[in-house]
Design a protein around this ligand. Sequence first.
Ligand SMILES: [Zn+2]
Length: 135
Amino acid sequence: MAAKLRIKCPHCGEVNNFGSVNDTCPKCNKPLGLEEEGSIYIYRQGSPYGIAGGFGLFINEQPHGYIGNKELLRIPVKFGTYNIHSAVGMSRKCKDLQVTVTPENPVVYTKVYIKPGFWTNSFVVEYVDPKLLDL
Ligand SMILES: [Zn+2]
């Protein structure tokens, strides 16, 4: 499964998919110039309860665009601790996941899915076995 590289431009904040961390931002035309130390993979698990549209993604409360059904994203990051949150429209309940990217553990693999509830659905972000992602 090919992961899409999802980057929030450090200059203007525009979120896009890119081919490399050395690409140029289509909005502000500046080179991203990202210092990539590690990666967070986020996979959206397919679900029969489908919300057809994308799930909104938030890393440390910063919007990082949307993730489509069965989409796999790779977000390059520096070492540190990151909170991953998902939300769509009125469905804002989410069991967030905190991940820590370190030199010993530079790549983390996560998935997001919807847990159906009686009144509202809630999102769950949790770790996933990278073997299941078929990278
Ligand atoms: Zn930009």
